[in-house]
Design a protein around this ligand. Structure first.
Ligand SMILES: [Zn+2]
Length: 464
């Protein structure tokens, strides 16, 4: 029987090991895995000897900036970066305008994705209006998101109306999310402590990007640990599935480990900036606000790698967050004025493959952290594994290829990467979404509108 596409000669990477097989794709799904060299008839054959075939990456935390902030990025440019980065499903964060905290605003965002997305997508709706949560949940979203941070020297990316740092309101939101059984993602941050800490910096006249990085990291990450402790206790009280965004301290990892040992329903993520950018003070000196600028001290970074290896930390997502150079430049004199966030969707597969290359993680663990776990945890069916019947959302990677990240290859609208100059071994060379090639030979070939919504299933999915 004939297939639409045959992928031959590659090794297949899974969470339990790699094996050699040829893959037949039909009607957008993986239809067969056969012995290498077995006759496999297909309209198109992709010769992939020497390459590794992985499930496409599932990035549950990305800022696409549309609608409202499309001078930074839009759905087409963000999903082009995804295609080139091996990301086949991307979840958008809700700090756009209008904020998707009503069914009407969310539906109008969905319309944009149907028109423009090159890869599969979903939107993490804002959970700021408790009354709207049931209607939003019914739209197939995979998570709600709230920020505990409110900007004090600028009005983006954490604009008024999107931050919730009142614990009573947070608890009400958690109860509402628990009632509809949709996970709540929270950006942990203790705003009251931050207000106090940053006042001290300002009174001493310390305002540049370095001061900003130090203020956030003050007392060894107090603002984050305090928030994580509160959130975990609230999770216990409400039973919500809590997903902790951008974990970056040793103490937070300990708290999460304790909560998991207690059987709490919590998942946690790490972002590339914590492992490959803010992990070196030299980067913050050199890049200022272009480095985000969260500073993750050495002992924290070691705890993050340990947590990623031992399963305390469940997944790696990007926190892809582009801002223009004009929005970053003020950081040299006032870190609080610069927009915070860094783009990474196009390049984090390289970083994670490099971690496997250097022995920091196994390839199995990389597959789990970037694809299988996010699909399972957020219940998106058909994603996150290369198995018969799964969606043909796949990425071919060359694990031996070493390349330096360059600004001139950046597909994100802003045209630069804070990772420029860094070299990694291992990179995506071809990406398939629903069996269609959306990236090959260095070119994005996917058309806007190729992607579909990766809806949350009502019941748990089992994935290998
Ligand atoms: Zn984010």
């Amino acid at each position: 029987m004939a297939f639409d596409i045959a992928i031959t000669g590659a090794e297949i990477a899974t969470t339990t090991g790699a094996f050699a097989a040829d893959v037949g794709v039909r009607d957008g799904k993986v239809a067969a895995l056969v012995q290498p060299g077995e006759d496999i008839e297909a309209a198109e054959t992709v010769e992939a000897a020497g390459l590794t075939l992985m499930p496409g990456l599932v990035d549950v935390h990305s800022h696409h900036r549309e609608p409202g902030f499309t001078h930074k990025e839009d759905i087409a440019s963000a999903t082009a970066a995804c295609a080139a980065g091996g990301v086949t499903t991307t979840f958008a964060m809700p700090n756009v305008y209008p904020v998707p905290n009503t069914a009407e605003a969310l539906e109008s965002m969905f319309e944009r994705y149907r028109r423009s997305a090159i890869v599969n997508w979903n939107v993490n709706a804002a959970g700021t209006d408790v009354d709207q949560i049931p209607a939003l949940a019914a739209m197939g979203i995979a998570a709600f998101k709230v920020f505990m941070v409110v900007d004090t020297g600028r009005d983006y990316p954490h604009m008024p109306g999107i931050g919730v740092h009142d614990h009573g309101r947070l608890m009400a939101i958690m109860e509402a999310c628990a009632a509809v059984d949709v996970p709540l993602m929270v950006h942990p941050h203790d705003q009251a402590l931050m207000d106090h800490i940053e006042r001290g910096f300002w009174e001493r006249g310390e305002r540049d990007a370095k001061a900003y990085a130090k203020a956030y990291a003050a007392h060894d990450g107090l603002i984050w640990d305090s928030a994580v402790a509160t959130l975990l206790r609230l999770q216990e009280a409400t039973g919500v599935h809590l997903h902790l965004l951008h974990v970056q301290t040793e103490r937070s990892v300990e708290l999460i480990a304790q909560a998991k040992a207690r059987g709490q329903r919590v998942s946690a993520e790490v972002n590339p900036w914590a492992l490959f950018l803010g992990n070196e003070w030299e980067n913050i000196e050199r890049l200022g606000s272009y480095a985000l600028s969260y500073w993750v001290d050495e002992h924290h970074v070691a705890a993050l790698w340990d947590g990623l290896r031992d399963g305390t930390l469940d997944l790696v997502s990007t926190d892809h967050a582009p801002h223009t150079r004009e929005e970053k430049e003020p950081g040299w004199t006032d870190g609080w004025k610069a927009n915070t966030g860094t783009p990474s969707a196009q390049f984090y597969a390289r970083m994670m493959l490099d971690a496997a290359h250097r022995g920091k993680l196994t390839l199995e663990r990389v597959v789990e952290l970037t694809a299988t776990a996010p699909a399972r945890i957020f219940r998106v069916g058909g994603k996150g594994s290369v198995t018969v019947g799964a969606d043909a959302d796949l990425v071919l990677v060359d694990r031996a290829r070493t390349a330096e990240i360059r600004d001139d290859e950046v597909l994100s609208k802003i045209g630069y990467s804070p990772y420029a100059g860094q070299s990694y071994t291992g990179m995506p060379v071809r990406t398939f979404v629903g069996g269609r090639t959306v990236f090959a030979d260095g070119e994005v070939t996917g058309r806007p509108g190729t992607g579909t919504q990766s809806r949350r299933l009502d019941r748990a999915v089992s994935l290998r």
